[in-house]
Design a protein around this ligand. Structure first.
Ligand SMILES: [Zn+2]
Length: 344
């Protein structure tokens, strides 16, 4: 049986899935294995291979039946999986600089490996889950996590771009001064820009900008007494869900920032759908609905023809990366038409 596996290498865990020739995922929920990215390429890649064997048994298949692999990791990396020479949060070990992670895994497994960055992989999954595998639709996905990732799918294909930075949506500047009730806020992103999407719509934005800003206005809030702003930021989503006023204000700013960004995307692509995923929306449905309504409220008025654009919550959010990577691998395997690709 020709199976493909999807491998989503995160900061602390590797998430796996297996896709059969009929397009069915053989792992329903999370199948995780500890990641050892910080220990460098040799240890990390062996760990990925070990975890793949475990995932095969989890799916009830033989690892030998897996004929192609889709790998996704956080960037920055080239379209073909060469990690940036400047390093990144997850790849701090010096040997990762400029390392070809796709080629390295391919050599170790002796099976074809295709690469996507994690935002693009999740976007591809969200797109296919909504429109089906044979779609020619266009969608834009925003994944709100520690940073803001995402992807643009046009005519059913991931826009990777010339250097692999297609879909780096977090660093697109937005007209943030249009957001109500943030007078005087200067949202600075780690990339150096002021007022890009990630600087207002991410866990990092909460920690670095929004929480300090709002705590000045809600001085008696419980979170003001916490010594670690990092820990306090992680509590904001849960408190917002329980109706905490300050935390709802913070999430409203994030939603309105996303609304401004989506407005730019609607005018650029006239997409069939917008998709929102990531940790920010791993909440009860009522909160997801509230958030999406606020995203719409933050969008400038749309043309009559476009006002009904659907905004979806990313389905199966925690396995989105692995699933998207598996879909990309399956497409690649089909496009080479069963010809054996030479793996060096
Ligand atoms: Zn940025």
């Amino acid at each position: 049986m020709n199976l493909v596996a999807g491998i989503d290498l995160g900061g602390t865990a590797i998430n796996y899935t297996v896709l059969d020739p009929d397009g069915r995922f053989l792992i329903e929920t999370l199948c995780e294995y500890p990641a050892r990215s910080k220990e460098g390429p040799d240890i990390c890649l062996r760990q990925i291979v070990e975890g793949l064997d475990a995932a095969a048994s989890c799916a009830g298949v033989s690892a030998g039946d897996i004929t192609a692999i889709g790998l996704d990791t956080p960037g920055p990396a080239s379209a073909d999986g060469v990690l940036s020479a400047e390093g990144s949060t997850n790849f701090v070990h010096e040997q990762w600089a400029g390392f070809d992670i796709r080629g390295g895994l391919e050599r170790l497994l002796r099976k074809p490996v295709v690469y996507l960055n994690d935002g693009n992989a999740a976007a591809l999954w969200g797109h296919v889950a909504i429109f089906g595998p044979a779609t020619t639709a266009t969608s834009v996905s925003a994944i709100i996590g520690t940073g803001l990732g995402g992807g643009v799918i046009t005519e059913g294909r991931v826009v990777k771009g010339r250097k692999g930075f297609g879909g780096e949506l977090g660093h697109v500047l937005i007209p943030y001064s249009a957001i109500a009730s943030i007078d005087g806020l200067i949202p600075r992103c780690n990339c150096g820009r002021i007022g890009d999407l990630e600087s207002l719509c991410s866990l990092t934005a909460i920690e670095q900008s929004l929480l300090p800003y709002f705590l000045e206005r809600y001085g008696d809030h419980d979170l003001a007494r916490m010594s670690s702003r990092h820990d306090a930021a992680k509590l904001v989503r849960g408190l917002a869900e329980t109706g905490d006023r300050m935390c709802l204000d913070i999430f409203r700013v994030q939603a309105h920032a996303l609304g401004l960004f989506f407005d730019e995307m609607i005018n650029t692509f006239d997409p069939d759908a917008l998709i929102v995923g990531g940790g920010a929306l791993e909440t009860k449905e009522a909160f997801q609905r509230w958030f999406l309504n606020e995203v719409r409220a933050g969008m400038p008025a749309q043309r009559k023809e476009q006002a009904d654009i659907p905004i979806h919550v990313m389905p199966n959010g925690d396995t989105a990366g692995a699933r998207g990577a598996a879909i990309e691998a399956k497409r690649h395997a089909s496009s080479v038409g069963g010809k054996t690709r030479v793996v060096r």
